[in-house]
Structure formats: structure tokens, C-alpha cells
Design a protein around this ligand. Structure first.
Ligand code: ZN
Length: 69
């Protein structure tokens, strides 16, 4: 039974250092800088067309706006 368990994905580790390393590599902090965002978007065609944006927003808010029209 592993002593240390990742609170994010549930993976178990025998050593705390391994858990820490796992978190660093698999679950990096959710605070990207503007440069990181720019880099992440660099390979994406942006802005997308209107239909793509509507679809994206719909997926994001699928639980939020559930009323028909
Ligand atoms: Zn994990």
C-alpha cells in the first residue's frame, strides 16, 4: 500500500519525493503566464469562426444554460 497518494489523480507512491515529482510533471500549477498562453495558442488558428466559438461556448456552459432558447 503506497504511503503517499496523489490528491489529484489518485496515483500512489512509496516516497514523498516521487509524489512531488509526479505532481510537478503530471499536474503543473494552474497559473500560466501570458507568455505561456501565447505559446499554447501559437499553433492554433485563432480567432476561430463564429460557429466554432458558439460551439465552444456551448460546451463550456452546457450545464449552465439549459433552457431552450
Ligand atoms: Zn496525480
Amino acid at each position: 500500500m503506497p504511503q503517499f497518494t496523489c490528491s489529484i489523480c489518485g496515483d500512489g507512491f512509496e516516497q514523498k519525493s516521487r509524489l512531488q515529482r509526479h505532481i510537478d510533471t503530471s499536474h503543473p500549477p494552474q497559473a500560466p503566464s501570458a507568455a505561456d498562453i501565447e505559446k499554447a495558442l501559437a499553433g492554433i488558428d485563432y480567432p476561430k469562426n463564429k460557429e466554432d466559438l458558439v460551439q465552444y461556448a456551448h460546451q463550456k456552459n452546457v450545464n449552465y444554460r439549459k433552457r431552450p432558447f
